[in-house]
Structures are given as structure tokens and as C-alpha cells.
Design a binder for this molecule. Structure first.
Ligand code: FES
Ligand code: FES
Length: 205
């Protein structure tokens, strides 16, 4: 029997079989990698090349762990440490919901990577009370109804606490200006201002 393959047809078959066999070889590797990545995601482990050994103090507790170097400080607090008091509003540095303190200064945690704070001291809203005693600013926010839905409140309080140590003027307008990086969609501004001014004037902090 005469095989009637043209040279072109033969080349096509050769290429197809080569592609098929390399796909067969490749697919177990792809499956294995996908499986490993899923396991990593589930366990919170991070595989190279993005793994970074981070040592960071959060609310007085030292943490040493391997994290993904691409993770923001905000996501690190919320996802790795389960400190969900710090809120993610815009994730763009515009609303202030994610405000925390780093080495005593306020910072928008969505705008910075966790790895940039290796060795730093971070304080989140979970860390400003002393045991069962609320921080005076927390008490003042409650007393003056400085919130409605409460979503912006942790960021507002962290900014307000930091402001107490900043060279902010004494007038209401000065405080409004110093708090201008923290937005409140509910419009609780007058009550937030009253809370801050009470703490500032009382000097109880
Ligand atoms: S979530 Fe960071 S500024 Fe809005
Ligand atoms: S209390 Fe609702 S956003 Fe400020």
C-alpha cells in the first residue's frame, strides 16, 4: 500500500505530535505549581521569589513571619494578623480609613508595603486602649457621638490621637485642617471635632 503523505502534511503531523507530547509533559508541572500556590494561599505561606522574612512590632507584640513582599501594611494587618479594626476604604490614600501609627507617627497603611516597616513599631486601633480602659479619644468619640456607621472611625481616632502630639493650632479650623486627610461619608465632622477639642483642652492624654 502506498502512503500518500505530502512533505507538508508530514511536517504538520510532526509539529502536532511534538506539541502534544510537550503539553503532556508540561501539564503535570502546571498542575503541581497551581496546587502548591493554592496550598500556600490557604496556609498563608509564601513561596519565593516574593517571600520576605519580616520582623515587626504591632501593638507591643513582636511578630516574625514570612510574608509576600508585595503586601501593603494595611493588608498585612488585616489578612496576616487578623487585626481588622483598621479599615480599607479607598485603598488609594484618599480616605484615611486605614490610618495607623508607625513609630508614633500617623500613616496611611494602604500606601506603604509591610516590608518597608521591618523593625518598626506599629500601633493600630486595637492597640490604643489600656486593657479595659479606653483611650481618652475613644471615650470622647463615644461621648460626642463622633460616628454614625463607624467605618471611618478607627482611622479618625488614630489620626486624632496622633494629632495630639503634632504642632496643630488650637482653633477649630486648625483641627479641621489637621484632620483633612480623614473623610467621613456620614458627615459626622462636627461631633468628631468636638471630641478632639475636648481631649485637647482637657489635656487628658
Ligand atoms: S484605605 Fe487607605 S486612604 Fe483610603
Ligand atoms: S461614621 Fe460613617 S463614614 Fe464616618
Amino acid at each position: 500500500m502506498r502512503l500518500n503523505f505530502s512533505r507538508r502534511r508530514f511536517s504538520q503531523l510532526l509539529i502536532a505530535s511534538t506539541v502534544l507530547s510537550s503539553l503532556e509533559e508540561l501539564s503535570p508541572r502546571i498542575m503541581k505549581k497551581a496546587l502548591a500556590e493554592t496550598k500556600d494561599k490557604q496556609s498563608g505561606a509564601v513561596s519565593s521569589p516574593h517571600a520576605y522574612d519580616l520582623s515587626i512590632n504591632v501593638n507591643g507584640k513582636q511578630h516574625k513571619l514570612k510574608i509576600d513582599s508585595r503586601v501593603t501594611l494595611l493588608d498585612f494587618l488585616r489578612e496576616n494578623l487578623n487585626l481588622t479594626g483598621t479599615k480599607k476604604g479607598c485603598d488609594l490614600g484618599q480616605c484615611g480609613a486605614c490610618t495607623v501609627h508607625v513609630n508614633g507617627r500617623r500613616i496611611k497603611s494602604c500606601l506603604t508595603l509591610a516590608v518597608m516597616h521591618d523593625g518598626d513599631q506599629v500601633t493600630s486601633i486595637e492597640g490604643i486602649a489600656s486593657g479595659d480602659d479606653l483611650h481618652p479619644m475613644q471615650e470622647a468619640f463615644i461621648k460626642h457621638d463622633g460616628f454614625q456607621c463607624g467605618f471611618c472611625t478607627p482611622g479618625q481616632i488614630m489620626s486624632a490621637v496622633a494629632l495630639l502630639k503634632e504642632p496643630c493650632g488650637a482653633s477649630d479650623d486648625d483641627v479641621r485642617e489637621c484632620m483633612s486627610g480623614n473623610l467621613c461619608r456620614c458627615g459626622a465632622y462636627p461631633n468628631i471635632l468636638a471630641a478632639i477639642q475636648e481631649v485637647r483642652k482637657g489635656g487628658k492624654h
